[in-house]
Design a binder for this molecule. Structure first.
Ligand SMILES: [Zn+2]
Length: 435
């Protein structure tokens, strides 16, 4: 399931997946290949424009150009446009990376002829007839019908209520695992605008490289130890670097190079599944705690400032490396839709001064953040894990505008510490000494 906030901040959009089975591969193969041909044409056309005029074509230009491609006539016009949009997005991302100094990036390239590219059907591209999805192709072509199981458009929220959604987008993706291809249908359902509480407790989250601290206005303090997640992410980067070095020595496009590439993809896919699962469990734990403690607003630090200072090298090489490792944006996004399923609103707030102020008495002194992440206040003598201090300050900042010069109005309870339990694949509470 995934989440999008494009149309409305409280609109819940979830994607459900339905495996289609091998027998439908021949039905979708020509469509997916047509989409792939449009992609390759986009690549070719863009490169030509870049070679001749030293600029990348605009999205409108690409769309006009693509309409003359033969493959365009095989698809529903919106499905064909979606490919161009996807390509344009990829080029924009590439250009942005180049501008930011990532010169090692390559522009989106050609795909093999038999590559099964994802096909998208936008709202006008499909019809719903009971439990059957009618996926339209170009005019005059017979649409593809897919029968879905009963209750395909119903989502059960964590409190047990069932919500019927309106499908807004359908995608057919190919998954390849050990050479066996399968197709998966992704249906994005619009579940409407969720009612969020406007009264209740407030929780604040401080994301750090290996720790996530949580402070709630009811006095709860939680510390999530994410060392396992961080080490997985670091291991992933190490693997990428290893493959890059190996592939750099081989001739691009050679048989050994291709074998290396497919090995890289295989290893990374497996690792990514582990990472994503751990991230989901983490954000689910947050949303679960918030839901159980009647939280109305969950506040996440505004991470943009942190990332910017990391890039300019203000934090030193080691720290910036760590900051760029964990996928904070993705975590925050997941937390957001999981909160929304529990009628909790997620908000971002500035983290300014939160790590250099005492959460108890409000005195500010950056030097009181001692080694190994311990906060020792020189005025009131508070000794607290520094990230918890930061989360408590973020909470204060959100409620009162600023965390400095103000005493803590809550009395904090004992810190709860959570650790990843690899046997049960979830976060469990452990004794505080484990942190
Ligand atoms: Zn203090």
């Amino acid at each position: 399931m995934a989440w999008s906030d494009k149309s409305h901040p409280h609109r819940l959009l979830l994607t459900k997946q339905f495996p289609l089975g091998l027998e439908v591969v021949p039905v979708f193969r020509p469509v997916m290949r047509a989409v792939n041909r449009i992609w390759n044409s986009c690549v070719w056309h863009s490169r030509e424009t870049f070679r001749q005029e030293n600029r990348w074509p605009t999205e409108a230009e690409l769309k006009t150009k693509s309409k003359s491609f033969a493959a365009w006539c095989e698809l529903h016009s919106q499905s064909a446009q979606a490919v161009v949009e996807e390509y344009f997005e990829a080029v924009s991302a590439y250009r942005k990376h180049r501008e930011n100094g990532h010169l090692e990036m390559n522009p989106p390239g050609f795909k093999p002829k038999d590559h099964l590219r994802t096909v998208t059907w936008k709202r006008q591209g499909f019809d719903v007839e009971g439990n059957t999805l009618v996926l339209k192709l170009s005019r005059g072509k017979e649409p593809v019908k897919v029968v879905l199981p009963e209750g395909w458009d119903v989502v059960v929220l964590p409190d047990g209520t069932e919500v019927k959604g309106v499908p807004v987008e359908v995608k057919v993706k190919a998954v390849v695992r050990r050479n066996v291809e399968n197709l998966v249908l992704h249906v994005t359902l619009d579940l409407g605008v969720m009612p969020v509480h406007r009264a209740g407790a407030v929780s604040a989250y401080d994301y750090n490289s290996a720790l996530v601290a949580r402070a709630v206005s009811n006095g709860r303090l939680d510390l999530f130890v994410c060392r396992e997640l961080l080490s997985l992410v670091q291991y992933r980067n190490k693997i990428i670097a290893g493959f890059q070095e190996k592939m750099g020595r081989l001739k691009e496009g050679s048989r050994r190079w291709k074998r290396c590439l497919s090995a890289k993809v295989r290893v990374l896919k497996r690792l990514d599944r582990c990472i994503r699962q751990m991230e989901h469990t983490l954000t689910k734990s947050f949303a679960g705690l918030d839901g159980a403690e009647d939280v109305a607003f969950a506040v996440v630090g505004n991470l943009r400032g942190l990332r910017c200072s990391a890039r300019t090298g203000m934090k030193g090489k080691k720290a910036s490396q760590k900051i760029n490792h964990m996928a904070y944006d993705r975590l925050a996004r997941e937390q957001r839709y999981k909160n929304l399923m529990r009628d909790i609103e997620t908000d971002t707030w500035t983290e300014k001064n939160t790590s250099s102020t005492c959460c108890l008495c409000g005195a500010r002194n950056p030097a009181w953040r001692r080694y190994r992440g311990l906060w020792v206040c020189g005025r009131c003598g508070l000794v607290l894990q520094a990230d918890l201090n930061g989360a408590a300050n973020l909470l204060k900042q959100y409620l009162f505008g600023s965390c400095t010069g103000r005493a803590e109005p809550f009395t904090f309870k004992e810190v709860r510490v959570w650790r990843w339990d690899g046997r049960h694949n979830r976060f469990v509470q452990v004794s505080p000494r484990a942190a």
